[in-house]
Write a protein that binds this ligand. Structure first.
Ligand SMILES: Cc1cc2nc3c(=O)[nH]c(=O)nc-3n(C[C@H](O)[C@H](O)[C@H](O)COP(=O)(O)OP(=O)(O)OC[C@H]3O[C@@H](n4cnc5c(N)ncnc54)[C@H](O)[C@@H]3O)c2cc1C
Length: 304
């Protein structure tokens, strides 16, 4: 990838696009870790998002896309390029009885509040996931075998041209969508919900809220590892006796072994601990865990 081009920050800023330079990943990720990017762009409209994308591409500037940063581990050295943050690209529009169009940066919490207010059901299982709708679609986030893909009718992505991907084209699977394999910016998503009554919606939210009560507190990315077929990653890590294992300021949570918590550590601490956990689980059970967390930047040879 080509390096970041100076001058672009002023140019896009002058066009009314919110910009920061440099962009601190530690302030924009739930791990609170990672170095800097040269700049961060915060488009508020689809028009601005496309404009940032087009300008970065036409300057040959490298960039990463970030939602809430709740599923990423960014290297301590940061990245050379810049970041398109979708955090401010928010909005929910009711298209008809059952379809909602959400801009990519809409928060899951905001979406559930909207649904509750308008007595729309079907998304309650997303309660507590600290994601943007775009990040959730990208990861097919969910719980209890459910993923947001089941409620997605279509996804609008941009890579210099707009494309509408139907649910079938997104090929949703466990923590997977086609969007992971294409280099494109998710602009908006159409979600399907159903009309319901307030009591039932509250009941369903309470069910999912209750399930999250015991999740670890502290800075994390949620579950670091995907569950291998027929196993729970947390169970394997716990059974290998790794709860509480620590490297520097990173440790394996004693509440949920698939969570690695940052308490004053570095991204290198977290990455080294991930590698150690993978090695120990493999030695003990012959199962190679794979990460759900997405790595950004160069981890200087700290390989899995
Ligand atoms: C406390 C905690 C609990 C969690 N619980 C759950 C859970 O129960 N279930 C679950 O599935 N996950 C969970 N997660 C993980 C995380 O919230 C999800 O993976 C979520 O979908 C990430 O969304 P995000 O907006 O933060 O995306 P980010 O972390 O910012 O990005 C994740 C990936 O998506 C890409 N991306 C984001 N937005 C766009 C876009 N608009 N266009 C193109 N690419 C994009 C990024 O480039 C990156 O590769 C949890 C995390 C935490 C911290």
């Amino acid at each position: 990838m080509l390096s970041y081009k100076s001058g672009l920050v002023e140019c896009l800023n002058n066009c009314g696009i919110e910009t920061v330079s440099p962009f601190a990943f530690s302030k924009n990720t739930t791990y609170g870790l990672g170095g800097f990017a040269a700049a961060g762009y915060f488009p508020k409209t689809v028009y601005q998002a496309k404009s940032v994308y087009d300008n970065l591409i036409s300057c040959g500037a490298s960039f990463n896309i970030l939602g809430n940063g709740s599923n990423v581990l960014v290297a301590d050295s940061g990245i050379e390029g810049s970041v398109i943050s979708t955090k401010k690209l928010r909005g929910i529009f009711r298209l008809n009885k059952t379809d909602l169009l959400c801009l990519a940066g809409t928060q899951i919490g905001e979406l559930l509040t909207y649904c509750k207010k308008n007595r729309l059901s079907g998304l309650e299982y997303l309660y507590g996931i600290p994601a943007t709708v775009g990040g959730a679609a990208f990861m097919n986030a969910g719980v209890c075998g459910l993923g947001i893909g089941e409620n997605i009718k279509s996804v609008c992505v941009y890579n210099g041209k707009k494309h509408i991907l139907s649910r079938e084209m997104c090929k949703f699977a466990y923590r997977y969508s086609t969007m992971r394999d294409i280099n494109a910016l998710i602009l908006s998503i159409i979600l399907t919900v159903r009309e319901s009554d307030a009591g039932k919606i509250e009941e369903r939210i309470n069910f999912y809220r209750q399930r999250r009560v015991h999740l670890p507190k502290g800075k994390s990315c949620g579950c670091v590892f995907k569950n291998p077929e027929n196993f729970s990653a947390g169970y394997l890590i716990d059974s290998a006796g790794l709860k509480g294992l620590r490297i520097g300021g990173a440790y394996v949570s004693c509440r949920h072994a698939s969570f690695i918590i940052n308490s004053g550590g570095t991204a290198a601490d977290v990455k080294n601990l991930i590698n150690l956990v993978k090695n120990k689980v493999f030695e003990k059970f012959g199962v190679l865990l794979s990460e759900e967390v997405v790595y950004i930047g160069d981890f200087n040879g700290i390989n899995g």
